[in-house]
Design a protein around this ligand. Structure first.
Ligand code: FEO
Length: 397
């Protein structure tokens, strides 16, 4: 693989992995990926951006060496510490222990635990650009894309943004540059898939980051995975911004999402009662009944509705001491970033033991929803239970 000179003195020194089929256990990578690293030659020494995956340590070192002697490397900028980018740092430091690592406070803390060895360090300061040789490095932190330690580096003189995992894709491209990539449709598909599976929970942070990126004078975005964006930079940022807007969580106090399952109609009766009361009170109600046949087709619409609701109600009967399993699938698809700031509650009818409401409430708490007390009833609602359901409704308003 060539270590392409992207601009004068600025090189691509990453590793391209065509063979990868799965990333982070659950993300399919049908087009493989790349672990991107970059190298900048300055008058004050060489600056490398990002390590690599441990398994590619030898290849990474070879790529660095092909562009500059290892002992000329003075700084390593770490954009975040997930081991697909930090795993090979130990090897690099073993070969050149004098390298100073520049990173966020969180990344330096993580590196202490990843490297388990002393190393020279500079904690970046987003308020104070760093000058190395003839280049100015402006760091942007607090991005939460998709780890808390993430930072971007803007190289002012080159108009280049090193963007960590943001604006990336699991897409192994020997072209390296987007301008040279022939399969643009495949790249766009992989980029959207990457967003949906990695960045989506952080859509509000993406929106903020895009605003900051739009304020920069940019020629090139250098992400942690996939092709370097050297054409259509503004358009790529706009695609990201649009995706973030699609998945942005909005806590609309006027909107309620009710998702329920029913075995014999009792929980359905509760759900319909709650729906009708909310409608009488002029709320917008999204109403979903789920079962094993319909759930998969409805799932994305339910998630989208939850995204834009201020209140989420889950109604489940109790079967074998728990809520219906479909609710757990749904609740593992909701990130805490969506739950935050929304109210939620569980309700349901039961025959024997009635654990569903308590179990769903517990899971909703884990997802950072503000959980209101639930309501449950045993078999057919008598007058007391009907009064209890009416009181329950009042607590949800
Ligand atoms: Fe590509 Fe968050 O690691």
């Amino acid at each position: 693989m060539e270590c392409l000179e992207l601009m004068k003195n600025f090189y691509y020194v990453g590793v391209i992995d065509h063979a990868l089929k799965v990333f982070d256990v659950a993300v399919r990578t049908d087009r493989g990926t790349s672990y991107n690293s970059y190298l900048l030659k300055t008058k004050e020494g060489v600056v490398v951006f990002d390590g690599n995956k441990e398994v590619f340590g030898d290849e990474y070192i070879q790529h660095l060496k092909s562009v500059a002697p290892l002992d000329s490397i003075k700084y390593l900028v770490v954009t975040h510490t997930e081991p697909d980018h930090s795993g090979a740092i130990e090897k690099l430091l073993t070969l050149n222990p004098s390298i100073t690592i520049i990173a966020s406070a969180g990344a330096l803390m993580n590196l202490d635990r990843i490297l388990r060895r002393p190393f020279s360090r500079i904690q970046m300061n987003p308020a104070a650009p760093l000058t190395i040789g003839e280049y100015t490095f402006q760091f942007v932190s607090g991005l939460m894309l998709h780890w808390p330690d993430v930072m971007f580096t803007y190289i002012k003189e080159l108009k280049v943004l090193i963007s960590c995992d943001a604006f990336g894709a699991h897409f192994a491209s020997d072209a390296i540059l987007l301008s040279r990539e022939k399969d643009l449709a495949g790249y766009q598909k992989a980029m959207v898939y990457y967003f949906e599976h990695i960045m989506r929970p952080f859509s509000s942070y993406v929106k903020v980051a895009c605003g900051r990126v739009n304020a920069l004078d940019l020629k090139m975005i250098c992400p942690g995975h996939g092709p370097v964006v050297d054409v259509g930079v503004k358009e790529q940022v706009a695609v990201y911004e649009k995706l973030a807007e699609r998945y942005l969580s909005i806590n609309d106090p006027e909107k309620v999402t009710i998702v329920y399952a029913t075995a014999y109609g009792y929980t359905k009766g509760m759900a319909e009662y709650l729906r009708d009361r909310f409608l009488e009170d002029h709320k917008k109600v999204a109403f979903f009944q789920i079962d094993a046949l319909t759930y998969e087709a409805e799932k994305e619409e339910i998630l989208s509705s939850i995204n834009s609701s201020g209140l989420v109600l889950l109604g489940s009967p109790t079967i074998v001491g728990d809520a219906i399993c479909l609710f757990y699938d749904l609740l593992t698809a909701i990130p805490w970033t969506v739950g935050q700031g929304k109210k939620a509650s569980a309700f349901g009818d039961y025959g024997w033991s009635g654990e569903a409401v308590a179990h769903l409430s517990e899971r909703l708490k884990q997802l950072h929803f503000s959980v209101l007390p639930g309501f449950r009833a045993n078999f057919k609602l008598d007058e007391d239970a009907k009064a209890g359901l009416a009181s329950y409704y009042e607590t949800l308003k």
